[in-house]
Write a protein of this length. Structure first.
Length: 245
């Protein structure tokens, strides 16, 4: 599959989990991929930008590891510039970097609340802000923010993670209108079911997920490729039930 041949992608939060799967999927579809995240060495959770990039290159794709702290504007600008220098430009952004906190509001420390907003919302803002001029230079492109169906689960209360992702959806829906004249497609992508990532295992609160509620890891990757190669814009999509004309 080479539907993205000749394209260059910047995937934020690509050292593990959904971001890693999306980076691999974009590479299989022919895109050169900047694997961006803070994880340069193994830490509490497995996976680094180097191991992901090395795996893509070993499979015949093209990837470069790019150190990027999405909460630091200088780090983001530097990472985007390195990707442009390596690939000549950027055509696709996947804003996936995120942290998980599902605790109830009354027992959420301020530090956890702020961390979710800093990474999940401000981080998306910063990588998006940095990439928009690069997409304009290419005459257009695609931006995809990874969100969650949890933003609609008001019957299950509130938590910092869902609140931060809801704000991202509002940001991207508004940007879709603003950037349509620039030929930039802007969409949000939610998993249809639970993706059992390393982050989920570490921060899911010990919840047991029945097998029928678990989504295969390739579903988000396939959906991201389909969105990145489509002209649809201003939508919130689910991975296993894409609505693309």
């Amino acid at each position: 599959m080479t539907v993205l041949a000749g394209k260059a992608a910047f995937v934020a939060g690509a050292s593990r989990g959904i971001g890693r799967n999306i980076a691999q999927g974009l590479a299989r579809a022919g895109a050169a991929v900047a694997v961006a995240a803070r994880s340069e060495t193994e830490g509490r959770l497995p996976g680094t930008i180097h191991s992901v990039a090395e795996g893509i290159n070993a499979d015949g794709g093209r990837a470069v590891p790019v150190a990027c702290d999405v909460t630091d504007e200088e780090s983001v600008e530097r990472a985007v510039s390195l990707a442009v220098k390596e690939f000549g430009g950027i055509d696709i952004l996947v804003a996936n970097a995120g942290v998980l906190w599902l605790g109830p509001v009354e027992s959420t420390p301020l530090s956890r609340w702020q961390r979710c907003l800093d990474v999940n919302l401000t981080g998306v803002f910063l990588v998006t802000k940095a990439v928009i001029p690069r997409l304009r230079e290419r005459g257009g492109g695609s931006m995809i923010a990874v969100t969650t169906s949890g933003v609609e689960m008001t019957d299950r209360g509130a938590n910092a993670y869902w609140v931060s992702k809801a704000a991202v959806e509002r940001l991207y829906l508004g940007l879709a209108v603003q950037l349509e004249p620039d030929n930039i497609a802007v969409n949000c992508l939610r998993p249809s079911r639970v993706v059992l990532t390393e982050g989920w295992a570490a921060g899911g609160g010990g919840q047991r997920i029945p097998p029928e509620a678990v989504e295969p890891p390739e579903a988000m990757a396939d959906a991201a490729v389909a969105l990145a190669s489509s002209a649809v814009t201003g939508t919130i999509q689910r991975s296993e039930s894409l609505d693309i004309p």
